[in-house]
Write a new protein. Structure first.
Length: 323
């Protein structure tokens, strides 16, 4: 086989690429599994050149829309078959989205004549049993609804609901702070062996430690930006790329005064955050994660759309955040 091995150097810089769950859903007419494969394929197509360039890559992904679909499907089928607890729904999406990303990456490496191991790992992430978010759900999941529809679910099904960044109403679930990635040593080992690793999908399956050290799942969806940041810091990543459904971070987002940001430093970014420019549950967790990563020694955060990913990182059209 006339193949080109990337021969990923174990000391080459590590890049964490977080793929947005919302970026895998193009629009309301393109939400099914085949559409998600296509969207994953487009993202994979743009990730391969980054690997080809010689970077080590760890991919993480969100699951906001998809985990809500799985949960809704389970609830709608409750008269026919057992329901699926939320933590298991997260694990289901790690499998399904992990497969879509892994397979489309493998196919893309093959097309580009490269030999590259790709592994999607079921990942558990420890949270605090008493995390305040269990009492105040903030993570939007599933499809968008009208306010009226959302109010009906609130009344009939006990859903916690909220408006999501001017885009419509959604169901909200708890989103505790990620503290520890259970599989971190395995992830490090796989990266060292040269594999491209897909981990912490959907923010990781939320688990708590019991006093005897055993793990138990908890009904929540960790924000993937926070979990990705934790991994990026633990693994000493150099660059943290967040691939989402807007090309740039904006001030006064969604208003006539909207201004897109090409580049900002930590101090500017923190000021904008304090001024309330970034909506909770969507852009805010990305910005908070970006700040945390840069303050822990990361060199750069880039927030952009999947089709703008590029091997020349400085040339990526998006928002670049630097120390
Ligand atoms: P992902 O699945 O990629 O995490 P999110 O929906 O969580 O996507 O976050 C991206 C969304 O953040 C955008 O689609 C946009 O609606 C919203 N958003 C909120 N505030 C801002 C802002 N200041 N600039 C840009 N986008 C913003
Ligand atoms: Mg998000």
């Amino acid at each position: 086989m006339n193949s080109f091995s990337t021969d990923m150097q174990t000391d080459s810089p590590l890049i964490v690429i977080a793929i947005g769950g919302n970026s895998l859903i193009k629009d309301r007419e393109h939400m099914d599994v085949l559409d998600q494969y296509r969207a994953a394929g487009e993202t994979s197509h743009h990730i391969v050149p980054i690997v080809k360039k010689g970077y080590r890559v760890l991919v993480t992904h969100g699951n906001g829309p998809q985990v809500g679909f799985v949960l809704l499907r389970s609830e709608l089928a409750r008269d026919v078959i057992h329901q699926v607890p939320l933590a298991n729904c997260v694990a289901d999406t790690q499998g399904s989205i992990g497969l879509q990303i892994a397979q489309t990456l493998q196919n893309e490496f093959l097309r580009q004549g490269m030999q590259q191991e790709v592994v999607a790992l079921v990942t558990q992430v420890v949270v605090e049993e008493q995390d305040p978010s269990f009492g105040e759900p903030s993570k939007p999941i599933g499809p968008f609804m009208s306010e009226e529809e959302a109010r009906q679910h609130e009344f009939n099904d006990g859903w916690v609901i909220g408006e999501d960044a001017g885009r419509g109403w959604r169901r909200l679930v708890a989103s505790p702070t990620p503290l520890e990635v259970i599989e971190i040593a395995a992830i490090r080992g796989l990266l060292q062996s040269g594999a491209l690793v897909i981990a912490a999908g959907g923010g990781g399956v939320p688990v708590v430690y019991k006093p005897d050290g055993t793990l138990r799942p908890r009904p929540a969806v960790i924000d993937k930006d926070a979990a990705s940041c934790l991994l990026a810091c633990e693994l000493d990543a150099e660059v943290f790329i967040i691939s989402t459904d807007v090309d740039k971070v904006a001030l006064n987002y969604g208003t006539p005064e909207q201004v897109n940001i090409d580049r900002m430093n930590v101090a500017e970014c923190r000021r904008y955050l304090d001024e309330g420019h970034f909506a909770p549950g969507s852009m805010r967790p990305k910005i908070e994660s970006a700040l945390k990563f840069l303050e822990s020694g990361g060199k750069e955060v880039i927030i952009t759309q999947p089709h703008k990913l590029h091997a020349e990182l400085h040339a990526i059209d998006g928002t670049h955040i630097v120390p």
